[in-house]
Ligand binder design. Structure first.
Ligand SMILES: [Zn+2]
Length: 339
């Protein structure tokens, strides 16, 4: 095996060394690229109880959006460091599980492309078709792997990276009574957005009351936060979304809330117009202090999400409260769209 050039993989090796027996590393799959074998690893911390709530944090699905992987690794690093001294974190991990997959698409990261080395956009690769009209190309296409947003061939098995993601979610997260996943991306736009399903239809998900209760808790706790929470369908519809596919496969009595963090990259471009000249810079903050600010902000939010999952029994609505949350959510997100 050739030595691996990705700095993110070296940092993860370092973190595993630092964490010792507190972290479990599992190889999900390997991807061939440029005569190298690139691993896709999951890193697990916390309770072994299959009934314990869990959070999964994913990054690097789109290789171009490097900052997504960096946010996941930075959060993992802060947890590993806190394990050395933070009693409250040890208590928290006694009653919950954390799963990290920071580099879902290492081949795309090496190549600096959104797609994997086969030209497939992993976030368009699931066998779920939009029922309504999707935007041309962006919504997913089967015309050619040479064009962006390629879904893969009709009827072909999922790409190994997509299948690995689905497998670890099914085995470690969505099989539990309560789990949240966060998939970290950096997209276009001025705002940091938190998306929840669906992407393939404007229909609301069954767990809309739980999403609304989580959002209300966040608004009340993370004062003055800048995140816009909304269903992905309010921005655009797409075929093949992995999180839609996973959500649809979960038994309804399980609460599985898949979130996507879309960091607003125009925030960085507006302050540094030279980023427009670089494809990498368009999706990633180039000035160091800006990158630090991005990482700091989202580490705080990820920590809120893990605490919320750990304490889910205190804020998830009861049967009687679910109707109120559903009505508020319908008014907030499924009425007149606000841009
Ligand atoms: Zn993305």
């Amino acid at each position: 095996m050739t030595s691996i050039a990705l700095p993110e993989l070296l940092e993860l090796e370092d973190l595993v060394r630092l964490a010792g027996t507190r972290i479990e590393q599992r190889l999900l799959c390997e991807v061939s690229f440029d005569k190298q074998r690139l691993p896709v690893h999951a890193y697990m911390l916390g309770s072994q109880d299959p009934q314990a709530p869990a959070v999964g944090v994913f990054g690097g699905v789109h290789g171009l959006e490097r900052i997504g992987a960096e946010v996941v690794i930075a959060y993992l690093r802060s947890l590993v460091m806190r394990l050395r001294w933070d009693e409250t974190l040890h208590r928290q991990l006694e009653s919950m599980r954390l799963v990290f997959v920071p580099l879902v698409n290492p081949g795309g990261l090496c190549r600096g492309t959104r797609a994997n080395p086969n030209g497939v956009d992993l976030m368009r690769n699931a066998p779920v078709d939009a029922r309504e009209r999707v935007p041309y190309l962006v919504g997913g296409q089967r015309i050619s792997a040479a064009l962006p947003w390629y879904r893969g061939n009709l009827g072909a098995p999922m790409e190994s990276e997509s299948a690995a993601l689905c497998k670890v979610v099914a085995e470690e997260l969505s099989c539990r009574p309560f789990s949240i996943t966060v998939d970290c991306h950096s997209g276009f736009g001025l705002h940091d957005r938190v998306w929840f399903p669906f992407a393939h239809t404007t229909r609301p998900i069954d767990h809309l009351p739980e999403i609304h209760a989580l959002c209300e808790t966040m608004d009340e706790t993370l004062l003055h936060h800048r995140y816009i929470v909304e269903p992905q369908s309010r921005q655009y519809l797409a075929h093949g979304d992995l999180w839609d596919h996973l959500y649809l496969g979960v038994r309804p009595e399980r609460v599985f809330l898949p979130l996507t963090l879309e960091m607003g990259s125009w925030l960085w471009v507006r302050k540094n117009p030279r980023q427009l000249l670089s494809r990498h810079g368009l999706f990633n903050p180039t000035i160091e202090h800006r990158q630090h600010r991005v990482l700091r902000r989202h580490i705080g939010w990820l920590d809120f999400i893990t605490r919320a999952a750990c304490s889910h029994l205190r804020w998830t609505p009861t049967d009687a409260q679910r109707q109120r949350h559903r009505e508020l959510a319908m008014a907030r997100w499924y009425g007149r769209p606000e841009r």
